[in-house]
Ligand binder design. Structure first.
Ligand code: GLN
Length: 448
């Protein structure tokens, strides 16, 4: 813990951490030492990790990257945080992210962006940007992230690390500050599939009293199947993931990775996910719709920021939210409110829900032909800070390959598969059918 705290201090310029507290971390480390001495068999005893600042924690402030929650302290720990602590982890601090996890570059954080350690003039990806930076720069051996539309997979790809989003409902959302509840899912980010398997095993499991969408399935030990052979594994390659939008350098790295899987015994099968392109408009209707509802709780009354001066209650709400939320969050609240409003609900929200179902059905048709699906995580390597010039659409379009699995609730992961232009990391995405996390992790482990 001391080693990683010192590294964090030395590399503050990367903007990975939003909160650290040496006293808290070292107290947790000493407690872990005592458990170890007492023969406690907890699997992650003494392993220093850090949490995306979207998870609420008792021992550190929790901001979700928003001015709205600057300095906020939760009276309880998120279930994922609690489960990891029970497994023995020691918390190094809280990690930077896009405000309320809305973004693909970490530039939407109210506290400044995190920087890609491979080239600090570039974004690390988002929204779990600080998480990816911390692992890539060796400021933490492993971290947590959350993925609503790609926020674990894409920053993992841009920073050259491994990350997995499990099946929707596998990990409890209790204490994860809500963005889009039907999509939000927690997962680990680490240097290898093996480390991800260790963390994920501790993070998952039912939480019936606190998250009604958590699945009634016992936790699994994902490390058990890591040695499984890839002989005869059918890997589906969706042709829609290899269109003209895919940069040549990324394509070359993905093609080489697929050939490596063939050498390991897998067989490539061409498949089709015909609604891939529609995933963008569908996601950017459903996610803002849910966000507009979830974020109504930030009203200056219950917790978080409250405007200093106001005339009456409505004026207090208005000023509080105008001051507390950043531009992207406001944009989404407005889009979400619009698509849910009377007269537009049928045309936008309901329509999007119907297409969401078709996206999920397309995956089931594909999984009749293959065991896993492989493709790029993102159309390019990490872009320059400010490179999208504040154009939100440019960010949204770059989510094209991560959104389909999110809409379907499927598990997906990103693993490093070489380098593109400028020596920047490229990530390979693996998507599995429901509850196939073990298969994803073993395929990634064999490749690594
Ligand atoms: N980039 C997507 C968005 O901005 C996904 C974010 C996420 O997965 N949290 O909504």
């Amino acid at each position: 813990a001391q080693h990683f705290l010192a590294r964090g201090q030395a590399h503050q310029g990367l903007g990975a951490f939003l909160a650290t507290d040496e006293d808290v971390t070292l107290a947790q480390a000493r407690a872990a030492d005592q458990r170890l001495a007492a023969g406690d068999p907890a699997p992650l005893l003494g392993v220093p990790i850090a949490h995306k600042d979207i998870f609420v924690t008792r021992d550190f402030p929790s901001t979700a990257g928003s001015r709205m929650l600057a300095g906020y302290r939760s009276p309880f720990d998120a279930t994922v945080v609690r489960k990891l602590a029970e497994a023995g982890t020691v918390t190094l601090g809280k990690l930077n992210c896009d405000e309320f996890a809305m973004g693909s570059s970490n530039e939407n954080s109210a506290f400044g962006p995190a920087r890609n350690p491979w080239d600090t003039s570039r974004i690390p990806g988002g929204s779990s940007g600080g998480s990816a930076v911390a692992v890539a720069a060796r400021l933490a051996p492993a971290v947590t992230g959350t993925d609503t539309g790609g926020s674990i997979r894409q920053p993992a790809a841009f920073c050259g690390i491994t990350g997995i989003k499990p099946t929707y409902g596998r990990a409890s959302r209790y204490g994860m500050i809500a963005f889009a509840s039907s999509l939000d899912q927690a997962g680990p980010m680490a240097r290898s599939a093996e480390d991800c398997a260790l963390l994920l095993s501790a993070m998952c499991g039912p939480d019936p009293d606190r998250d009604s969408t958590s699945l009634d399935l016992p936790a699994e030990d994902y490390t058990r199947g890591l040695g499984a052979s890839l002989d005869g594994l059918r890997i589906g390659v969706p042709k829609e993931f290899f269109g003209e939008g895919l940069a040549a350098d990324v394509r070359a790295a993905i093609d080489a990775a697929l050939q490596q899987f063939v050498r390991l015994g897998a067989r490539l099968v061409e498949i089709s996910l015909p609604r891939t392109e529609l995933s963008i408009p569908v996601y950017y209707i459903i996610a803002p719709a849910e966000a507009s509802s979830n974020l109504s709780r930030f009203d200056g009354v219950k917790f978080g920021h409250r405007a200093a001066q106001y005339d009456d209650l409505v004026d207090m709400y208005r000023k509080t939210r105008a001051e507390g939320f950043g531009d992207e969050v406001k944009r989404r609240i407005m889009i979400g409110t619009y698509v849910l409003s009377h007269g537009y609900y049928d045309a936008y929200y309901l329509q999007a829900q119907k297409i969401r179902r078709m996206v999920a059905d397309d995956f089931q048709a594909a999984f009749a032909q293959c065991d896993l699906i492989a493709g790029p995580v993102a159309p390019s390597v990490a872009w320059k800070l400010g490179g999208h010039g504040g154009d939100p659409l440019a960010d949204y379009l770059a989510d094209i390959f991560t959104l389909p699995a999110s809409l379907a609730g499927l598990p997906g992961m990103s693993l490093p598969c070489g380098f593109g232009e400028g020596g920047l990391p490229v990530g390979l995405q693996l998507i599995g059918n429901y509850f196939q996390e073990a298969r994803l992790l073993s395929a990634a482990h064999q490749y690594q």
